[in-house]
Write a protein of this length. Sequence first.
Length: 364
Amino acid sequence: MRFLQKIWILCVVLPSFLVFSCKSDKKNNAVVSEALPKDCTLCKAPSRTAEIRAALMKDSSTDTGTDSAKMVLLKGGSFEMGSKNFPDARPIHKVTVSPFYIDVHEVTNDQFAKFVAATHYITVAERPLNPKDYPGVPLDKLKPGSGVFTPPNHPVDLNNPMQWWTYIPGANWRHPKGPNSSIVAKGHEPVVQVCYEDCVAYAKWAGKRLPTEAEWEFAAKAGKNYPTYYWGEEKNPGGQSMANNFQGEFPYHNSKKDGYIGLASIEQFPPSAYGLYDMEGNAWEWCNDYYRPDYYAHSPQKDPQGPKDSYDPDEPGTVKRVQRGGSFLCSDDYCLRYKAGARGKGEQSSASNNLGFRCVRSKR
């Protein structure tokens, strides 16, 4: 069901949501959700259809450029991938990755703007919507846009994310929170409101690619194997905030303890042992892998590329890709998926103002 449809029929039909379930098992060769344990939380975000396509995108397949991003070479090696704390991140298994280069930070607004200027690329959130993809939604409601975090000013039921997510026409990478917002003077913030397709187009232009999920986790763990946080066992060692996430009572009161309510500019928090910034918090990051909660049970050891197709028991038939690292909205009250080994997921044509990416390049 399309997110725009969900908004329109919210009072009639219970919407389906993208749910990061914290409990699952196998049944009839599929994975189904179970009741959540008391110490687990849900992460929910709206989906945007995988079918949105338009003829407005200029074919930039022959265009190449450079994003000027600093990269570091990771020599590759073996590590223990996964986490015992999240069912879809089990079993913990040994993985070996080949050497690769990875961006030191998430792709920024300035970098993405350079790509758009060179190729005239139009992101998914900016393209017209096809009425055939949104049956039952009046034509005057079918306006390009995307999901925006719009927090209430009071406590709400955390099982209903539509109380803090809103589809806003005109929301896109240039206007992350809607047409009245802007990225002026925010060139060093991560670009957001980008779908999987947008990130692949950028990476191709830059002579790079999106990381595999295994590469992303190898980079995030930085040679360590802490079970709780990528940086160690304490959330704020020595009182220092290590990542940009949500403090306070989610979603209505952010105490700004880490210095930020929304996105932070790149390189504002301590880098990892590999010199990488914001591998947790700030903005979710797209990976190239399709998402399946049961993939780790039969993942190959050497350079796994992810499953051959997508399956999410919460939204069967919806094509999803892996997302990693969490965002400024991750809260111990609501979403723990910024923690070590945790996995995120998102419908591949969905975007939001807490979702970005970084690139990698294979070592030749």
